[in-house]
Design a protein around this ligand. Structure first.
Ligand code: DX5
Ligand code: ZN
Length: 230
């Protein structure tokens, strides 16, 4: 099983977004995590499909779009047309989550569900077989650069167990506060997709930093209870 590194550009210098994305691709990122915020579900605002469409012209990185928005369904086709490859919605923002997930899959995209720190794993109990990704938020969504919530390690461990027991191959993604100090604990607990924002972007050499995260992750996975080498 491969551990994916998905840099988040949320804290990037947006005046040179294109260069940042090209540099992350050259530096060995596995995919690009794009944080979409609507000013309602979370207080902050970011960007939408036109920016994603522009970025898709300059990179072949897989776009992993994290929708921190209310009523996300209305945006699915625009993000699909803009080049998104996977769409992750928040369980807390979707009244008819099963149908919402189905709509993503009907567009031929990978479907993910994100859970805020206080949201129980039981929200995805009955839709697990439908999902390509489950995102455990390790901070409350809204901003980059927040502190990792340690209690989430137990949640990650429980979710990994649920995925194993159900035979699901969904990615277990973590997002928020991942840095050189916290990366090993989330991988040991069961994460196989790591969103890394501010801790990576503030490094001077992204290629070296991604390599360092990858090495720590592979080491932690090697020692872990859940990971069986292929
Ligand atoms: C938070 C976003 C994250 C954010 C993570 O609401 O979903 O993707 O960019 O940033 P760091 O890694 O700085 O916590
Ligand atoms: Zn995110």
């Amino acid at each position: 099983m491969q551990i994916k590194i998905a840099p988040s550009i949320l804290t990037a210098d947006f005046s040179r977004l294109g260069e940042v994305v090209k540099e992350l691709e050259k530096s060995g990122a596995d995919q690009l995590h794009l944080d979409i915020m609507d000013g309602h579900f979370v207080p902050n605002l970011t960007f939408g499909p036109p920016v994603v469409a522009s970025l898709s012209q300059i990179t072949s990185l897989h776009f992993d779009v994290h929708l921190m928005v209310e009523h996300p369904e209305g945006l699915f086709s625009s993000f699909a047309a803009a080049g998104a490859k996977s769409l992750t919605v928040h369980a807390e923002a979707c009244t008819h989550l099963h149908r919402t997930v189905q709509m993503i899959k009907d567009l031929g995209l990978r479907a993910g569900v994100a859970l805020n720190p206080a949201t129980p794993l039981s929200f995805v109990d009955y839709i697990l077989p439908e999902l390509d990704l489950v995102l455990v938020m390790t901070v409350n969504p809204g901003w980059g650069g927040q502190a990792f919530i340690t209690a989430m390690c137990e949640k990650i461990r429980k979710l990994r167990m649920m995925l194993k027991n159900s035979g699901s191959t969904a990615e277990l993604q973590v997002d928020g506060g991942i840095n050189l100090q916290t990366v090993k604990s989330v991988v040991e607990a069961g994460a196989d997709s790591l969103v890394i924002g501010s801790a990576l972007l503030r490094e001077r050499n992204w290629s070296q930093a991604i390599e360092q995260y990858r090495l720590l992750a592979v080491e932690a996975a090697g020692d872990s209870w859940w990971h069986s080498p292929q």
